[in-house]
Design a protein around this ligand. Structure first.
Ligand code: F6P
Length: 534
């Protein structure tokens, strides 16, 4: 049974980070280098003893056995009776992986080859829309069928040499309308991406786009492709089997960018770069399986996370990529971490005796510095930060700007750690001409508490391989945290209630049903919105 009390005691008594860094061995000992990715967690309050306690959690929770069960195809998603094998999508040389008595690798490789052939046809113009070569691709999907592609296409834009990619996810009519404004139906390919092919947002948007296309294209279905694990439903929608790319139910939505859900990424950057992305993920898988825990990047990132969430009781953590093209990475990690580890009961159904996963949020730097970093530096809540930074820009002529970006990133983690005491603040206030009580008052506003933790991931350049490494790193980090917390990281029952109630409210909002039986607040809101146009 996991008990965080010893860790809480150690966290409360931990030496300040600045003092810990006086140990000349700390930086090499509290950082990990894996395949060009440097993970530095020396700017945390974790010391060697607390790290030993944290490592003990992995043993107590049986993480190694669970990890091997996951890679081996055991149905570790117990509430849905499913194996968890998104890793098989990228582990192309792994040999047979057997699920329910069947080797799943041949069909994964076959689907990858079909995606590659289709992507090549679209990119070269061998596949055409009614008006010729495809210039625009619209991916319609939501959650895991959107966030992975949208994040990766933007992250890899220096490699983008295929058609323009657009993403429609929200049921909000404004989302689809904005995208359609910029597309020519006769040269647009539409991908309907939905694991279940039932999600109301996706299916509604798919019908809207089909209607839009039907106004200009004689056979709109010929310009549609589908990605789903329900091939009957894609056929019902009218999409020809040769443009349907399936995947097994051993791939969860938020883990699905590695397979057919990544088709828009492949169309954007080409199959070779997509394979580099897979290779980055596979390299991280191998490292996760082989490296001893203390040198194991996903395991240590997870333990740092647990230290902050369950020993220090910090409720949230910020993901702060210093890379503008990683603008959707925090949202991607939000789904990955919060849909996976935001659970109220342990695997056996008993209420969790501690909090579930941390709240994850963030924005790219340096923009965030001019928005919410104020609270991170001086607010009363401590927010552990996860910085990401590349040494090299994709724009060699603008490398100086990259260096300014690096300086900013390093300055933030340093400022968080070192803070600024009252003595220095007093001198600053005095230098501005303040004296006496006013000097004290002004100085107190300029104090930074310091000792605020952060980790930094650094790499040479954001390439498809590095992106694959980072995504797989976070996937395994979430897995390890979930195993230690004793929860099922692979179901998402928490999204069901809202979906059910939305279905029930639809006839009320459209006026086909009265508000009888609704609560008073919902009734008043329906009345207001209906009065204003609903
Ligand atoms: O509502 C949550 C969810 O099921 C996510 O887990 C998933 O990524 C998303 O909806 C989309 O689901 P689908 O791919 O089946 O449309």
């Amino acid at each position: 049974m996991i008990d965080f009390n010893a860790l809480k005691t150690r966290a409360a008594a931990a030496k300040p980070i600045v003092a810990q860094l006086e140990d000349s061995k700390r930086v090499p000992d509290f950082s990990i280098m894996q395949d060009g990715l440097l993970f530095d967690y020396s700017k945390t309050t974790i010391d060697r003893d607390s790290r030993d306690l944290l490592l003990g959690l992995l043993e107590t929770a049986g993480v190694a056995a669970k990890r091997d069960a996951m890679f081996g195809g055991t149905a570790i998603n117990e509430t849905e009776g499913r194996a968890v094998l998104h890793t098989a999508l990228r582990n192309l040389n792994a040999g047979p992986i057997v699920v329910d008595g069947e080797d799943i690798m041949p069909s994964i490789l076959e689907t990858l080859a079909a995606m590659e052939a289709f992507a090549a046809d679209v990119r070269t113009g061998a596949y055409q829309g009614q008006g010729g070569t495809i210039t625009d691709v619209i991916n319609i999907g939501i959650g895991g069928s959107d966030l992975g592609p949208v994040m990766a296409v933007r992250a890899l834009s220096p490699y983008h040499d295929g058609p323009r990619c657009h993403f429609v996810s929200n049921i909000d009519p404004g989302d689809v309308a904005e995208v359609l404004k910029n597309c020519d139906p006769i040269r647009t390919l539409v991908i309907v991406a939905s694991k279940t092919f039932t999600t109301i947002e996706t299916m509604t948007n798919a019908r809207t786009v089909r209607d839009w296309m039907a106004k200009s294209v004689s056979d709109p279905a010929a310009q549609f492709a589908a990605i789903s694990s329900d091939l009957d439903k894609t056929a019902e929608f009218g999409i020809a089997a040769e443009r349907v790319f399936g995947f097994g139910n051993y791939v969860g939505g938020r883990y699905s960018v590695w397979g057919p859900i990544g088709l828009s990424v492949m169309l954007a950057v080409g199959a070779a770069h997509f394979r580099d992305f897979l290779a980055g993920g596979a390299a991280m898988d191998q490292h996760f399986r082989d490296a001893p825990w203390q040198e194991n990047l996903p395991a240590m990132l997870a333990l740092v996370g647990l230290w902050h969430s369950h020993a220090c009781d910090y409720a949230t953590r910020a993901v702060l990529p210093y890379d503008n093209r990683l603008g959707r990475l925090p949202a991607y990690f939000q789904q990955l971490e919060m849909e996976s580890n935001g659970k109220g009961v342990s695997m056996d159904g008993a209420p969790l005796p501690f909090h579930s996963g941390a709240v994850v949020w963030g924005e790219p730097g340096t923009n965030g510095q001019h928005a919410f970093y104020q609270l991170i530096h001086q607010g009363t809540r401590v927010i552990p930060c996860e910085f990401m930074i590349a040494a090299r820009a994709h724009e060699p002529d603008l490398q100086y700007q990259q260096e300014l970006l690096i300086a900013n990133c390093l300055a933030q983690s340093k400022a968080l750690m070192e803070g600024r005491g009252m003595d220095v603040a007093r001198k600053i206030a005095a230098s501005k001409g303040f004296t006496g009580d006013e000097c004290e008052r002004q100085a107190s506003h300029r104090v930074f508490q310091g000792n605020r933790p952060s980790v930094t991931l650094a790499y040479e350049m954001m390439t498809p391989f590095v992106l694959g490494q980072i995504i797989a790193l976070y996937e395994h980090r979430v897995f390890v945290e979930g195993v230690v917390l004793g929860i099922n990281s692979f179901d998402q029952w928490g999204v069901e209630l809202g979906k059910e109630l939305a279905t029930g409210l639809e006839p009320v909002v459209t006026g086909r049903q009265s508000t009888d039986g609704q609560d008073a607040s919902t009734t008043a809101l329906v009345d207001f919105l209906r009065g204003k146009g609903a």
